[in-house]
Design a protein around this ligand. Structure first.
Ligand code: CU
Length: 183
């Protein structure tokens, strides 16, 4: 029983551990001109909680922009600018995210990335991205500890109790029988 519960908990906790995949933008090519990021992103699944890692030298930056600026290669309304390579951006919400290099000419030369972020499969554990990773281990540890101790206590409690009853009832019966036989 305890083992079965532990297994169940492990199986439930496992998906949470898979959480937060890292996607290295452009793989070994990094964040550079002349790379097709549509090709790089195609076939990949970006899930809320995943992280984009941009590797680039000081001749580039990463701007998070809206759709219009992504299409027009404009960084005038940038939502955020990053220049701290390797830039790690955690995808915190479902939907499309757009990134371009704001250096003149670079976006037109391919430095534009669109990722479609999908909600994580688990219903309740989805929103908190960082939280699931931490709670997962405690959840596994706590039940495991709780499971092990409980089993031993119940049996001892039940057996002594019933044997005590037997003794309390049995001793007078034996005495009575003895007295009856002797009398
Ligand atoms: Cu650039």
């Amino acid at each position: 029983m305890a083992l079965a519960i532990a297994f169940l908990i492990l199986m439930v906790a496992a998906p949470a551990a898979v959480y937060g995949a890292e996607h290295t933008v452009g793989d070994t090519q990094g964040w550079n001109q002349g790379v097709n990021y549509d090709t790089w992103a195609s076939g990949k699944t970006f899930t809320v909680g995943d992280t984009l890692v941009f590797n680039y030298d000081s001749s580039h930056k990463v701007d998070e922009v809206n759709l219009a600026d992504y299409n027009g290669c404009s960084s005038s309304n940038s939502i955020k600018t990053y220049e701290d390579s390797p830039t790690k951006i955690t995808l915190s919400k479902a939907g499309p995210s757009y990134y371009i290099c704001p250096i003149p000419g670079h976006c037109a030369n391919g430095m534009k990335l669109l990722v479609n972020v999908v909600a994580a499969g688990t219903p309740s554990g989805t929103p908190p991205t960082t939280t699931p990773a931490t709670p997962a281990p405690p959840t596994t540890t706590t039940p495991a500890n709780n499971d092990s101790p409980p089993p031993p206590p119940p049996p001892p409690k039940i057996s002594p109790a019933s044997s005590l009853h037997m003794n309390l009832v049995g001793v007078p019966l034996v005495l009575a029988t003895l007295m009856a036989v002797m009398g």
